[in-house]
Design a protein around this ligand. Structure first.
Ligand code: SAM
Length: 455
């Protein structure tokens, strides 16, 4: 880390503002330590001694844009994997894509946009799924004109996406037989996606904020837009404006999918909210045709859904949670995490197992996964006290003071409404009264009072 001389508060604040203005990543407003680390490395590379020098480099006519692109690659968080959010891929498979395919039967033309596509796992998952659905419907994929566009501001992620080579970790949710069918091994633990899927996706650099300019960003209309786990890092007001701009680029009746923990989930004036099993989806209005609206009831799941490696006797989530804890306690934490994933593939809205997964992921140092899963628990179970408690702790550890404070206050408000002797779900026997006592004890201790809060 660089010394304080390089980061006087005013200079650093200007830098944070410049980053937020350029990228929308409001996330760094209360994660300044993280930003300092990245910026410090870039400054050392260029021999910049102060924030002022570095800001001058960023606004340099000749070199500024290239440096911004490097900085964007370094500060963006590209966590992703194939078929992320099983319940959304179920919705795509059973409702959204079949509907779009039916509608496009005459033109055989579909346009899909994955915004913040990272290393390509998301748009490639769509390419694989679309191919399968067309083939199952006895259609010739080559007869269709399918455009899947993946955009991002991380040049590094886009480069990886174009190469289409993935580690076993990125493919972790794909059962081995399907991995064999869709990828070819190119090393001990690296797999390359087959060309037939690669050809369906085009990648380009594009900043989502361009959507806010008239005619900015890729031109619509798109039949489907995915913008998942991008706006979670943005300020809420900006996120609403961006979703509105995406809605403007949807074809009539086109769909928009967000991640599970996005800052806003009601776009009722300009998008219809459609509740599908385990997830919400958003749909653009359709022109009045006098026809009845298309049904959104999902098709029956296929029999060959990914196998779940669970003992048959484990029937409900209490039993599976006990079993997973036993496995994790005996030192096999990763195996425990996999058991959670397997179970969640079949029961995607089981908050208890998401919670357990989050705790295990945290223990394993997989902070992004842990954070995402705690947020999902809160999304699924609005009054979950322990998820807020853990998430606040975790965010504090990584410098997210403001968010942690908000979560802790919500936790206290919720727990005050519970009878004192109520045992808190997922609290290992902790009661509401017990938790309040703990909070009081902690805030009474001078050493634990607000640690350094970045200005
Ligand atoms: C956590 S990843 C999400 C990947 C994928 N959508 C998913 O849900 O698995 C967030 C991605 O958004 C990209 N991103 C962040 N800010 C962006 C911006 N202003 N414009 C476009 N992409 C952005 C990041 O580079 C990163 O690859």
């Amino acid at each position: 880390m660089t010394g304080p001389a390089a980061f006087p508060p005013a200079g650093f604040r200007r830098l944070v503002n410049a980053v937020t203005l350029r990228t929308g990543l409001h996330y760094y407003v209360d994660k300044t330590d993280l930003l300092e680390q990245v910026v410090g490395a870039r400054m050392r590379l260029h021999g910049c001694l102060t924030c002022h020098d570095y800001l001058a480099l960023l606004s340099d006519e000749a070199r500024g844009d290239a440096e911004w692109r490097e900085l964007e690659s370094a500060i963006t968080i590209g966590e992703t994997f194939f078929f992320r959010y099983a319940e959304q891929f179920q919705a795509l498979e059973h409702t959204i894509l079949p509907q779009l395919i039916r509608r496009a039967a005459a033109t055989r033309h579909l346009r899909v946009w994955s915004i913040g596509c990272s290393n390509g796992a998301e748009p490639y998952s769509l390419a694989i799924l679309l191919t399968r659905l067309l083939e199952e419907a006895d259609m010739v994929v080559a007869d269709w004109h399918i455009e899947i566009l993946g955009t991002d501001i991380s040049d590094r992620a886009l480069e990886q996406a174009r190469q289409a080579e993935f580690s076993a970790w990125t493919l972790r949710d794909i059962p081995p037989a399907r991995r064999q069918a869709w990828f070819a091994p190119v090393g001990a633990r690296t797999w390359r996606l087959h060309d037939r899927y690669r050809r369906m996706v085009r990648f380009s650099y594009s900043n989502i904020l361009d959507l806010l300019r008239p005619d900015g960003g890729p031109a619509g209309p798109f039949d489907l837009i995915l913008c998942r786990n991008v706006l979670i890092y943005f300020a809420q007001a900006q996120a609403v404006g961006l979703v509105r701009a995406m809605a403007d680029r949807l074809a009539p009746g086109g769909w928009l999918l967000q991640g599970h923990s996005e800052p806003v989930s009601d776009f009722s004036p300009f998008l219809e909210t459609v509740r599908l099993p385990g997830t919400l989806a958003f749909r653009a209005a359709r022109p009045a045709t006098g026809q009845p609206p298309e049904p959104v009831a999902p098709r029956a799941p296929r029999r060959d859904a990914p196998p779940v490696a669970l003992p048959a006797r484990v029937a409900d989530s209490t039993a599976i949670a006990t079993e997973i804890r036993r496995v994790a306690d005996s030192g096999h934490v990763r195996r425990g995490m996999q058991m959670c994933r397997d179970y969640l593939a079949r029961h995607p809205v089981d908050a208890r197992i998401h919670f357990l997964f989050a705790v295990l992921a945290w223990g394993e140092g997989s902070l992004l996964q842990a954070e995402e899963s705690f947020r999902r628990v809160i999304y699924l179970c609005r009054d979950h006290v322990m998820a807020r408690c853990y998430l606040a702790r975790m965010l504090e550890d990584s410098g997210g003071w403001a968010q942690a404070r908000r979560l802790r206050q919500q936790m206290i408000d919720l727990v005050r409404r519970c009878p004192p002797d109520m045992v808190l779900p997922d609290g290992d026997g902790l009661t509401a009264g017990g938790l309040l006592r703990l909070v009081r004890q902690i805030s009474d201790r001078p050493a634990i009072q607000q640690a350094r809060v970045p200005s």
